[in-house]
Design a protein around this ligand. Sequence first.
Ligand SMILES: Cc1ncc(COP(=O)(O)O)c(C=O)c1O
Length: 369
Amino acid sequence: MSETAFSPSQLIRPNVVSLKPYTPIVPFDILSQELNRAPEDIIKLDANENPYGPSPRVAEVLAEAQYMHIYPDPESRNLRAALAEYTNLGAEYLLVGSGADELIDLIMRLFIDPGDKIVNCPPTFGMYAFDGDISAAEVIAIRRRPDFSIDVDAIETLFAESQSEPHPKLIFVTSPNNPDGSILSDSDLQRLLALPTVVVLDEAYVEFSSGSRIQWVEQHPNLIVLRTFSKWAGLAGLRVGYGAFPLDLIEQLWKIKQPYNVNLAGQLAAEVSLTDCHYLLDNVARLIEQREQFYPVLNAIEWLEPYPSQTNFILCQVKGRNASDVKQQLAEQGILVRYYNSPGLTDHIRISIGTPAQMARLAKVLQHL
Ligand SMILES: Cc1ncc(COP(=O)(O)O)c(C=O)c1O
């Protein structure tokens, strides 16, 4: 082959070439230019971030941090010890990642060969299917019921069908679920755990709800639970998540994780956040109160139908209007909400819970839209 005929892109894995391009989020400063508004005039309720930000101790600890020139602890020992106390689970079950996102990718890399199956339960968080596609998994979508509950019967039927063998290796479930905020019941989780597969339970929003199942990991060799500091602790920008894994799985994960996956700032910030739990959980309580107060406000708007939520956001069906237009009209007023372009959600918007002042402003705008 002559040198000019050779195209290195032909060497790229075909499943990557066939992926749709990723739509990145627009950074806050660029957004402020695009909307022609000062950052403080933008009400950002589109990514379930924490409007109260991190504990004030985070800035102090980072300002005083030493050893920035030294690689961080690859085992996040101090953070895992603090997390062991926070979760009431031994540190040996815990692995820290650059956000829960990294751990989803790591789980794929642990289990998935091209063509292996995984079960995804949309509408849900997009990264399970995204990472599944990158790993060339066959992503089987078992859609949630209209009330967003998981169709456990359909998943059991899938596993009972001989043509589905070899069975899906992973099932991803989210509780509370993003985008609607509903909970997976204990009994449904038990039924999933009885299947010959690994259940990944994503508890990114669990601090806004009642009852984590993270301690079930001790009793269930096929349960992984993921958590994050992005939501309750306001550290989305520093990228710290963690997972609880059965011991024989975590042993293999340690082999494949990048040694320095969690940077020093993230480790220090997460550690100090755990020493300031009261402050952060007070903010969580405030957001829950705000959510409960805002739900009836949304319900009173005749063209919106909100879903009950156990998270820091509320999903609404938009009736008799175009949801995409609603999102656009709000953006023109400097208020950003999430609009979904995906099946089952094209007439929905999701609103993250902000400060009381932000929610009051949004209520006023919605009432006059
Ligand atoms: C259900 C769910 N899991 C995980 C994440 C990502 O968490 P992290 O910021 O720790 O990567 C999100 C973020 O929105 C989420 O909604």
